[in-house]
Design a protein. Sequence first.
Length: 120
Amino acid sequence: MMIWIGLLSLPQRLWLSLATVITIAVVVAVLLAFLSMSQGFRQTLGSSGSEDVAIILRGGSGAELNSVLSREQLALIETAPGLLKRDGASLVSGELYVVVDGIKKSSGTKANLPCAGWGL
């Protein structure tokens, strides 16, 4: 009985009902867009890199930028078992990663530029 009354009053509530349906559809579409972007980022990050490359950071460091290893620590890492070797030497590279100030050519404004190189 209640369903029948609801269906009979639908023409009186047509625009409100239509707005509700459209709103729900838009919310679902936005949610699906964010979920698909999230999945795309996961696949991109999961498939990038190489299985035989590792980045070793100092304990407590969350990123390359705030991690420092001494020459002695690098020498200790070079002697670790299981490393790839070429001509008897371990394939280890001590690199420095810093952010430097620079000027953008396109706009002439200041910019932070990541710079990586061999520091040890």
